[in-house]
Every structure is written in structure tokens, then in C-alpha cells.
Design a protein around this ligand. Structure first.
Ligand code: FES
Ligand code: FES
Length: 175
């Protein structure tokens, strides 16, 4: 038996019929057909399902869908504007912060939440903010670099590509 849920997702009001025991992740993926948020461990351990609820990173696989009602939900599909990628998405692409990409949507949402509250985080603060997001591919160094590049891009209004190019040319001129 399905229950109609009224949700606000990525700026749109969405009406979706799902079983009332569904989690937010199940509702997003199987009710709304938005598959950017990943179903990894499905028990709160890996962070692949991370989305934003009123700007705060939450684990959608352990959140009953009822807890999303009345809140603004943002998934990885809603981070950019139209066809323009968010600076974080660009930075992950450019630095190699995303490899197989399974962890990436959750990490992007956690990083987005961090940069909203702390535009110039230290490497330690980035590591702490992403500590609930597991990645089996990258070793994290490229992920941390990507967040730093995006943070600078967002602070200065430049693109992630410009920030990265300047960083690399500065590194190239160091004795
Ligand atoms: S799928 Fe939600 S924490 Fe792993
Ligand atoms: S890029 Fe593959 S798990 Fe992170």
C-alpha cells in the first residue's frame, strides 16, 4: 500500500506515492527515479546516500521519508545550476577526486554542506567533514584537493579550472 508524500526536492514540489516504511533514499531513488544518490551499505556506515536536508548533510538510507516532509531536500542532481556544474563537481572532475564515482554524490553533498558554513576550511576540517564518507578508490588526497580548489573558486568567483591552473603554474615556478 502506497502513501502520497509531498516533498520539496531540488527546489521543486514533488508528490510521490511510496510505501510508508520507505526511507528518504528509497523514495528518492525508487519513487522519484533520481539515482544520483547511491545505495551503498544501506545502514548508515558508508555515506554514499548523503543528501542535504535544509542544507545539512544527512544519511538518507537511515532517514524515514516522513522526516523529510516540510524540509528542503537537495540531492547531487540539484547542486549545479541548470546545465552548469557546481564548482565542487568541476573540481572533482579536474583533480581526479572522482574515480569509479560511487562515493562521489555523497561526498559532494557533505563538502557542499561544509563550504556553506565554512568557506575556507583547513585540510583537517575537510577530513573531519568527510569522515563519514568512504571511498575505496582515491586514497582521499585528491578528494581533499578538490574541495580546496572548489572552496577557493567559490570565494573568489573564479572557475575551478582557473584556480587549478593558477595553483599548478605557481607550483611549477617554485625553486
Ligand atoms: S548507503 Fe547510507 S550510509 Fe551507506
Ligand atoms: S571514487 Fe570509487 S569509491 Fe570513491
Amino acid at each position: 500500500m502506497h502513501t502520497i508524500m509531498e516533498l520539496q526536492v531540488n527546489g521543486d514540489r514533488r508528490s510521490v506515492g511510496v510505501p510508508s516504511h520507505y526511507t528518504l533514499l528509497e523514495t528518492i531513488r525508487y519513487g522519484l527515479g533520481m539515482t544520483g544518490s547511491k545505495q551503498g551499505c544501506d545502514k548508515g556506515d558508508c555515506g554514499a546516500c548523503t543528501v542535504l536536508r535544509d542544507g545539512e548533510a544527512v544519511l538518507s538510507c537511515i532517514m524515514p521519508v516522513q522526516e523529510a516532509i516540510g524540509h528542503e531536500i537537495t540531492t547531487v542532481e540539484g547542486l549545479g545550476e541548470g546545465s552548469n556544474l557546481h564548482p565542487l563537481q568541476d573540481a572533482f572532475d579536474l583533480t581526479g577526486g572522482a574515480q569509479c564515482g560511487f562515493c562521489t554524490p555523497g561526498i559532494l553533498c557533505s563538502a557542499y554542506s561544509l563550504l556553506t558554513s565554512n568557506p575556507e576550511p583547513s585540510r583537517k576540517q575537510i577530513a573531519r567533514a568527510l569522515s563519514g564518507n568512504l571511498c575505496r578508490c582515491t586514497g582521499y588526497t585528491k578528494i581533499f584537493e578538490a574541495v580546496e580548489v572548489a572552496a577557493e573558486a567559490m570565494r573568489t568567483g573564479r572557475s575551478s579550472a582557473e584556480v587549478l591552473r593558477d595553483q599548478r603554474s605557481t607550483e611549477g615556478t617554485k625553486p
